[in-house]
Design a protein around this ligand. Structure first.
Ligand SMILES: C[S@@+](CC[C@H](N)C(=O)[O-])C[C@H]1O[C@@H](n2cnc3c(N)ncnc32)[C@H](O)[C@@H]1O
Length: 285
C-alpha cells in the first residue's frame, strides 16, 4: 500500500523555517529555553512525511539546535566537575517557565546531558505498594532547591531516589549533603557511577528499602510518591519519630502529598498544590 501523500508545503511554515535558519540568537548557549520550544514545535508542526526539501531543512535545524545543547551540557559538565559552574547552572535553571504541571521540558534535556544518566536495560518488577521509577521534572527540583535554601549543615534525603538526579542536583546547586535511598540495585549502581563521574563527594546512594533506612541524619526528606499503603505508613511513622527528636522538613510530589497533608504532625506554611512540590514542617501548637 502506498504511504500517505506528503503534505504540500505551507507558505507560513516555510517562512518560519526561513526565520529560524537566520536566527543567530538561537545559537547562543543561554537561549536553551527558546531552542527547546523550537525543537518541540518542529516536532509538532511538521508531519511525519513532509516533502523531501522541507524534511531536509527541518532535520538541519534540529541537528543544529541539538548540537548547541550538547555543547552547552558538555561545557557545564566540565565546569561542574572542576567545582565551578554552579552559578551558571542556577541561571540556566531560572529559564524555566511556569513551574506547575507534570510535563517535562528543556531543563530535563539539559539535566540529562549534564548528569549523563543511563537507565538500565531492565529492572525487576516493583513489589506490591512500591511505585515504579519516574523522574521528578527538573524544573520542580530547581524550584524546590530555591525554596528550601539549604545550607552546609543540611542533609537532604530522597526516599526512593531512582537514577538519582534529585540528590545530584541538590549537591550541585547547594552546599548541603544529599543521600538517595533506592530499593532497585540497578538504579543505585547507575546513580553512583554518575555521581562519581561528576566528582560529587557530598552525594551518596544507599541501596535499601526505605523502611529500613537510617533517617537519623536527615534534615530534609523528599518523596515523589515512591510507595503507597503500608510502606508509606511505615516510613511516615519513622519520619514522625525523627521529627520528635529534631526539626525536620518533609517535601512531596505526586499523589502521596494528599496523605502527607493529613498527617497531624506536619503543617505546610503555604497552600498545598497538586502540581508543585509541597513543603511541610513541624506542626506547632
Ligand atoms: C516515582 S520514582 C521517584 C524517583 C525520584 N525520587 C525522583 O523524584 O525523580 C519512585 C522510586 O522509588 C523507588 N522505591 C519504591 N519503593 C521503594 C522502597 N520501599 N524503598 C526504596 N525505594 C523504593 C522506586 O524504585 C523508584 O525508583
Amino acid at each position: 500500500m502506498p504511504g500517505p501523500n506528503p503534505p504540500s508545503p505551507v507558505p507560513d511554515r516555510s517562512e518560519w523555517l526561513d526565520r529560524l535558519e537566520h536566527d543567530v540568537a538561537l545559537d547562543l548557549a543561554e537561549s536553551v529555553r527558546e531552542r527547546g520550544e523550537v525543537l518541540d514545535r518542529l516536532e509538532t508542526c511538521f508531519p511525519a512525511y513532509p516533502d523531501p526539501a522541507t524534511a531536509r531543512r527541518v532535520e538541519a535545524l534540529r541537528a543544529r539546535f541539538e548540537a548547541v545543547d550538547r555543547r552547552l551540557a558538555a561545557g557545564l559538565r566540565a565546569d561542574l566537575r572542576a567545582g565551578r559552574g554552579r552559578e551558571r547552572l542556577l541561571r540556566l535553571a531560572a529559564t524555566s517557565g511556569a513551574v506547575r504541571g507534570d510535563h517535562y521540558d528543556h531543563l530535563d534535556d539539559l539535566v540529562a546531558g549534564l548528569l549523563q544518566l543511563e537507565a538500565p536495560a531492565a529492572v525487576p518488577e516493583p513489589e506490591a505498594e512500591m511505585v515504579f521509577y519516574q523522574p521528578t521534572p527538573a524544573r520542580h527540583v530547581f524550584d524546590l532547591v530555591a525554596r528550601l535554601a539549604l545550607g552546609a549543615g543540611d542533609v537532604f534525603v530522597d526516599l526512593g531516589s531512582g537514577l538519582g538526579h534529585v540528590p545530584m542536583l541538590v549537591g550541585l546547586c547547594t552546599d548541603a549533603r544529599a543521600t538517595g535511598i533506592e530499593w532497585q540495585p540497578a538504579y543505585v549502581e547507575r546513580a553512583r557511577a554518575a555521581a562519581a563521574a561528576l566528582q560529587l563527594q557530598r552525594v551518596v546512594f544507599v541501596q535499601q528499602d526505605a523502611r529500613a533506612a537510617d533517617l537519623s541524619t536527615g534534615t530534609v526528606f523528599y518523596l515523589y510518591t515512591p510507595f503507597t499503603g503500608s510502606i508509606l505508613r511505615a516510613v511516615l511513622d519513622a519520619l514522625r519519630v525523627e521529627a520528635g527528636k529534631r526539626p525536620i522538613r518533609v517535601c512531596s510530589y505526586g499523589p502521596c502529598t494528599h496523605v502527607l497533608a493529613r498527617e497531624p504532625w506536619l503543617a505546610s506554611p503555604e497552600p498545598v498544590e497538586a502540581d508543585r512540590i509541597a513543603l511541610f514542617g513541624p506542626c506547632i501548637g
